[in-house]
Design a protein around this ligand. Sequence first.
Ligand SMILES: Cc1cc2nc3c(=O)[nH]c(=O)nc-3n(C[C@H](O)[C@H](O)[C@H](O)COP(=O)(O)OP(=O)(O)OC[C@H]3O[C@@H](n4cnc5c(N)ncnc54)[C@H](O)[C@@H]3O)c2cc1C
Length: 528
Amino acid sequence: MLWSGWGDPAKAADLPEPIRTLLGDLLGVRPPRSEAATLGEVRLPPVALPAPVVDELRGLVGADHVRLDDETRVRHTRGKSTPDLLRMRAGDGSDAPDAVVLPACHDEVLAVLAACAAHRVAVVPFGGGTSVVGGLVASRRGFAGVIALDLARLDRLVSVDAESMVAELEPGMRAPRAERLLAAHGFTLGHFPQSFEYATLGGFAAARSSGQASAGHGRFDDMVVGMTVATPRGTLDLGRAPRSAAGPDLRQVMLGSEGAFGVITSLRLRVRPVPAERVYEGWRFASFTEGSAALRTLAQRDAAPTVLRLSDETETMIGLARPGEIGASPGGAGCLAITGYEGTSAEVSARRERATALLSELGGVPAGTEPGRAWEHGRYSAPYLRDALLAAGATVETLETAGFWSNLPRLYDAVRLSLSASLGSPLVMCHISHVYGTGASLYFTVVTAQTGDPLGQWEAAKRAANEAIARAGGTISHHHGVGRDHREAHAAEIGELGVEILRGVKDRLDPEGVLNPGVLLAAKEPAG
Ligand SMILES: Cc1cc2nc3c(=O)[nH]c(=O)nc-3n(C[C@H](O)[C@H](O)[C@H](O)COP(=O)(O)OP(=O)(O)OC[C@H]3O[C@@H](n4cnc5c(N)ncnc54)[C@H](O)[C@@H]3O)c2cc1C
């Protein structure tokens, strides 16, 4: 993974000429004044962790698995939001952990947590490092140091219960490896977020991720039937049955806890047979309003395909639904929807037939399999474009929310208006990315010319968008999570009592407050 950008450097994308022209002519983008920093130029704070603590950690996980070198620290600094990348490109490594610790099993995680609690060392659980909400930056105040607890060595497929269709996997496993290992048993998770290539199973559970096939396979939190969690107070083992009436479901308390309540060390996940057939296709609608109504009807009549998304007019025009081909061919007028069917041949035919009849009735015009093929081909490539856009002097960032169908148009307008008001004349694109019978999520992509202070420029715009979401009755996140960036908006959303409940859980599980301080909940003021 590129330390200051996204993905495999060999796959770095150059900006197609039509996009360069669009940026200059439409948005007034000019090349930035300074070059991005090199890895060696990143300014890191000195290691604050006391030497005896480093020695103790080495004793717990092995000397090779406690790393203090600059490159490893840089590679564990923050996540992959645009502000994170802008800071790295500016050579700002001020949020680097003092050390990166790589435990190999649950017991080692427990031991590291106990040592960190005893010495007041903050612990940042680290999966794939793809957080886009500041989930990997701990408050240092009042702590003897900060470690990144990298879970990469917990990456085994522990067991497959083919009868129940449940697989136990460790949390540090990246999604492609999980799919490969499960495929050998004939199974898939069906979880394909855009960060698929790098994100881990633990990160998906901790941040309540949602993938591109959520209409058919559900969100990641729907897939979790059990988990083991290490906390400074001991172990939680949750989930003896798919559903239970034995009190509140503590699995739900840990899902979305973003490393602030404990470290997930094992996941029991619902799996499905590898689909024998996959068909992706495109549909055209005259407008976003008409297309949204069609998606709603599919979801409400239980006729949704496995993949279901709808780009608004601007996103369709730019062609963002097919990132691999942006600029190569015009996106066309109206709105493009992508529908995808996965399953046995009979399931695909039956679902496709039903959805096709409904979509045609609802004003959709079939666009054939070519747009679906282009979407499938480019589904993981858009993040690579972000690096090229940043280098060209444009800021590009995404944000997402969700709401009930009756409120979706208001939410859509509110976010677009707020981004336009704070950024001048940005390009604002949106798609419906996940659908339910009762509502949907809206995923916005914003492109704007960088000012002299791109970080300040985006932070102001993001603040305004958060306020607009709250005023329009949406949730602050459908699938990116809370992290530090959404902490205040999240507190406002759940109210004081809601925050107190979460605080109570945290205080019980993590009395010293060492787990991801400042993420999800404000860090406790140090005593004395
Ligand atoms: C280009 C790009 C595209 C993305 N696309 C999507 C998308 O389509 N859908 C989506 O849902 N999200 C998406 N994301 C957001 C991100 O990938 C998800 O939030 C993902 O769940 C994070 O997984 P990770 O392994 O990288 O976790 P990390 O970023 O390493 O961690 C995320 C949070 O979880 C905590 N954590 C990690 N592992 C554990 C553990 N084992 N136990 C306890 N806490 C833990 C961390 O401390 C942190 O707070 C995208 C991000 C990027 C950069």
